[in-house]
Each structure stands twice: as C-alpha cells, then as structure tokens.
Design a protein around this ligand. Structure first.
Ligand SMILES: NC(=O)c1ccc[n+]([C@@H]2O[C@H](COP(=O)([O-])OP(=O)(O)OC[C@H]3O[C@@H](n4cnc5c(N)ncnc54)[C@H](O)[C@@H]3O)[C@@H](O)[C@H]2O)c1
Ligand SMILES: [Zn+2]
Length: 381
C-alpha cells in the first residue's frame, strides 16, 4: 500500500513513520492513537510558528491539553542552555511522565527536542513532526539527538527514538529555496547509494521536484525515508552499514569547516562533496565514467551552488584527516561502485584525492550562477 507507515527497528523500541500529504491535519488523531497523555507539549520556533501558524492551529488548536513552547532554532542556539530553557518551560506548565513532547520544526528543533525528551524526568515520549526537507528525509529518522558545544557540533546527545514520526510534505511549501535545495542534495544521495530508480526519477522529474509538486515530493520523500529506515534499522549505532549515509560528507565536512560554516548550507557542501566522491571513485577505478557523468549532471541541475572556495588541496586533506570520523589520521571515503550502491573505503591513495581536489574547482567554470556567503552563522561539526 502506497501510504502504509514505514517501520523502524530500534533497540529502545520500534516506531513508525507516517509519510503522507495532509497527514499533519490529523496529527491529534495519530497522537491519541499512541496512548493516553496527561498533556501534550509542542516545541517549535517562532519562525516555524509564523510560517505554519494556520496549519498548527488547524492541527492542535482545538485541544485544551496542548501547550506551545518556543525556542530559537538558529544553529548557534543549538546548545545546552536551549535544552535547559525548554525543560524549565515544561516544568512550569506541569509536564509529567505521562506528557508527550512533539517537535515541530527543522533538524535544530528536532535534535534539541529529542535531547529534552531523552532527559526530562529521565525520559518522556517524543513525536517528531519535521518541517524541512532535511528533517523529513534525514534528521527525524534514526534516533540521534543532541546539541553543539563551543568545541564542536553534536558533541552532547543521546540515542532516543521517537514514538512516531509524522511527515507531511505539504509543510515544505513555505520553506526557503536554499533550505529546500539543501535537502534535495540528501535525496540525491539516497539515489546514488541505494536506489537507481530514485536516481532516474529525480533525473526525469527535476523541474517538478523544484516546483515542489506534491505527488513528486510525496514519492521522493517516502523513498528516502524507506532507505534511511532500512539502513538505521540494520545499524542503529553506526558500526557499519550506516556509514554509507556519509556519501559526499567527508569532502563536505572539510569544506564547511574550512569556510567556518559561512559559505555553504550543509546540503550545498554535500552536493560538491558528492561530485568529488564520484570523481574519486573514478580515479581509483571504483566508479564507472558513465555513472560519474550522470551523478555530476544531476547535481549540477540543483543550481545555483556557492562557488568552490579558494582552498588548497593540502588544506582540504588536512581537514579531512582531522575529522572525528577519520581513524588514526586515515580518511574513510564512501564511494559508489555503481549508481544504487555504496561502500566505505579506507586505503584511498592520497595522490588520487589530491588530483580530484585539483579538478573540482573546474566544475565551477561551468556554473553560470553562484551564491554569496551564508547570512546565518553556523558552528563547527
Ligand atoms: N539527528 C540527526 O540524525 C541529524 C541528521 C542531519 C542533520 N541534523 C541536524 O539538523 C540541523 C539542520 O536541520 P535543517 O536543515 O532542518 O535546518 P534548520 O532546523 O536550521 O531549519 C532551517 C531554517 O528553516 C526554518 N524552517 C523550518 N521549517 C520551515 C517551514 N516549513 N517553512 C519555513 N521555514 C521553515 C527554520 O526556522 C530555520 O530558519 C543541524 O543542526 C544538523 O546537525 C541532525
Ligand atoms: Zn548531511
């Protein structure tokens, strides 16, 4: 059945993902079906509340048991004091162990709310209602929650699976274009690592994707969620398979770090990172040339991307070696032997990486439009 909930296995309890256009309208019904709650607490941000006010009122306005709590969802507010403020707001409104916390927002709201739910009264149930494309296809699935420290991103957190994830692609209609494109990079990633049919679908329907056609969004979000669900159900704690989700991310994290999170939206860096990973795969004889051209051509249709920064290959390599995911300075790359498959490689010759980093900026010449620096400051990851 097309709209059947997707189930996810987790050591702390299995949960479902409902992925359906207009499902947000019935949020209260879905939440009541999970159990009897003494009270329901929505955690969202002023920006999300402004963008989705009408939908929020329609979904929760009629419920007397429901309290709204607001938090700043800027990346540089994703820290412990925001967790503390949210927990104190819950205490003041009488939230107890039988209360339910509902996160309505992007990945920042979801990560903070997840950590609040994991720790408030040693754990209260959580429902995720993701409102960005990244949150719908990535951050709301898999149970990772947490916040940043001044020393780095996501350094304090917990695995805490929600009771339910409710995905309504209609909520994306107010999302700024750049945030939408960032999420699209992660959708393309799922096609490359796990689903040639999704890849071809994106290729064929890119104009409709970019117009946010609701049937097309419904399809690509659902496929992405199914893929992430399958991967995290098999490898919740990232000891093996989950690593393939990092396709393009080794290069992306280095690009983001070296530009201090001011030049790229995360998905934009992933877009560049995936083109580099495709080329690197070709350099070492893993990725066929045809697949490289298809990957690069599809990603380039995401334009405009910010231009490749003035960074030397050696600085990139140094940043990749210092990444928390590198083992003893050895960089791990996820590469694609063919579209729809991915695997992690540890012994990639550095001269091949260096050659790729020399080629990469040349794609730029074929980018007629590019973007300026990010206006929002981000912290390191
Ligand atoms: N837990 C995980 O597994 C995981 C995975 C990927 C990313 N993340 C985290 O997610 C965060 C990024 O999340 P994101 O990309 O969703 O960005 P975000 O949460 O920063 O949201 C981006 C912007 O969009 C606004 N917004 C949200 N929904 C909207 C809507 N429907 N209409 C209009 N505006 C809307 C927000 O207010 C914000 O300004 C990062 O902190 C990252 O570390 C976590
Ligand atoms: Zn990512």
């Amino acid at each position: 059945m097309k709209h059947k909930p997707i189930s996810i296995k987790s050591s702390a309890g299995n949960y479902s993902v409902v992925c359906k256009t207009c499902s947000f309208r019935n949020a209260m019904r879905e939440i009541s079906a999970l159990g009897r709650w003494s009270s329901v607490h929505l955690l969202t941000s002023p920006r999300v509340k402004r963008a989705l006010g009408k939908e929020l009122r329609r979904a929760f306005g009629g419920s007397k048991k429901c309290t709204v709590h607001l938090m700043d969802d800027a990346e540089n507010a994703k820290h412990l004091s925001t967790v503390e403020l949210a927990a104190r707001s819950l205490v003041r409104s009488g939230a107890d162990r039988k209360s339910l916390l509902v996160a309505v927002g992007g990945g920042v709201v979801g990560d903070v709310a997840g950590f609040v739910a994991a720790s408030y009264l040693r754990g209260i149930p959580l429902v995720q209602v993701p409102t960005t494309l990244v949150a719908q296809v990535d951050s709301s699935i898999g149970g990772k929650t947490g916040v940043n420290l001044p020393e780095g991103k996501n350094l304090v957190g917990a695995f805490y699976p929600p009771r339910l994830v409710l995905i309504d692609p209609l909520l994306l209609k107010t999302l700024p274009a750049r945030e939408f494109r960032g999420g699209l990079a992660e959708v393309i990633k799922y096609g490359v690592i796990a689903d040639p049919a999704l890849f071809s679908f994106l290729d064929k329907n890119m104009p409709l994707v970019q117009q946010r056609d609701s049937a097309v969004l419904d399809h690509i979000i659902r496929r992405s969620v199914e893929i992430k669900a399958r991967v995290v159900s098999q490898d919740e704690r990232e000891s093996g398979l989950r690593e393939i989700l990092n396709f393009g991310h080794t290069f992306a994290h280095a690009l983001e770090t070296l530009t201090r999170y001011r030049h790229f939206q995360h998905g934009e860096a992933v877009a560049w990172g995936m083109m580099c990973a495709a080329l690197l795969g070709h350099e070492i004889g893993v990725t066929p040339a045809d697949d490289v051209s298809r990957i690069v051509a599809l990603i380039r249709r995401m334009e405009p991307l910010p231009e490749w920064p003035r960074i030397s290959p050696s600085a990139m390599i140094h940043a990749m070696r210092s990444d928390k995911k590198a083992h003893a300075g050895r960089i791990r790359f996820v590469l694609s032997p063919k579209i729809g498959k991915a695997q992690s490689y540890e012994s990639v010759p550095l001269d091949a990486v260096e050659r790729v980093l020399h080629f990469a900026p040349q794609f730029l010449l074929r980018h007629p439009r590019s973007l300026g620096p990010l206006s929002r400051k981000k912290t390191r990851g």
